[in-house]
Design a protein around this ligand. Structure first.
Ligand code: OAD
Length: 232
């Protein structure tokens, strides 16, 4: 295959070696916070301060973080591979962008973006958001973090499914395979005959669905995988 079309899905594991905590590993974010309190529209309605504080802390941490060798390798793949490469991330940090990735599809939103709960306008989030921040478009005090919470629909699903339906290679990196629809991408890709590759520290919930599994740290497995693609 001369120039395979590639779709990559990344999760919290790719940013772990940059010092950002994952969700479900021991001591992860979901061991310290209740999902229903900080990652649902109902939690935000109940206690917006708690939710805004949670994402302010994560935004501050992400602002200090630097990308690792795995982010850098994917940026190299995106710029040097002559075929299509869609990089989809569940992560809300901007480490792919900091590493030089030209296009990143943030299916679960982004910490550096604010969203108006009244009119859906988006604007760059300040480092510290406040409850009741005013929307610059409609002037309603309804700003919220631009994060896809549980019960909400992930962003860019049409474009992602289109790319998966034409993929020759699908790679999932640093994701536990617990959260749908992302956890189902491997099945969509396998259905169209794509080669499926998992690069994760521990086997994910969906490991059995992958043809090629490369256990280990993303900073080691991903650069090696990118080298193998670019060498072909
Ligand atoms: P998880 O915390 O569920 O899974 C992280 C995965 O990364 C685990 O399977 C680890 O084994 C693996 N991992 C840890 N360190 C690694 C390393 N150095 N190299 C490679 N792999 C490593 O995170 P996600 O699967 O990304 O959604 O979670 C998916 C979604 O659930 C998140 O986007 C978030 C969360 O609830 C929302 O908040 C909507």
């Amino acid at each position: 295959m001369a120039h395979p079309s590639i779709v990559i899905l990344t999760g919290a594991g790719i940013s772990a070696e940059s010092g950002l905590g994952t969700f479900r590993d021991e001591g992860g974010l979901w061991a310290q916070h209740r999902i229903e309190d900080v990652a649902t529209p109902e939690g935000f309605a109940r206690n917006p301060q708690l939710v805004v504080d949670f994402y302010n802390a994560r935004r501050a941490q992400a602002a200090e973080a630097t990308p690792n060798a795995a982010h850098a390798a994917l940026a190299r793949l995106q710029t040097e591979h002559p075929g299509d490469v869609m990089l989809v991330t569940q992560n809300v940090d901007d480490l792919h962008e900091k590493a030089g990735s030209p296009n990143v599809v943030h299916m679960h939103g982004a910490l550096n973006s604010a969203l108006c709960g009244a009119c859906d306008h988006r604007w760059p989030a300040p480092l510290q958001m406040a409850v009741g921040d005013v929307c610059p478009a409609c002037a309603q005090p309804r700003a919220r973090p631009d994060i896809v919470w549980f019960g909400e629909i992930p962003y860019h699903m049409d474009a992602i499914e289109r790319a998966l339906s034409q993929a020759d290679i699908f790679a999932a990196i640093g994701t536990s395979g617990n959260v749908y629809p992302a956890a189902g991408f491997v099945q969509l890709a396998a259905h169209v005959g794509a080669l499926t590759v998992e690069m994760n520290l521990d086997p994910s919930e969906t490991v059995a669905l992958f043809e090629d599994t490369r256990p280990g740290k993303a900073s080691e497995t991903v650069p090696a995988w990118v080298d193998s693609i670019l060498a072909n």
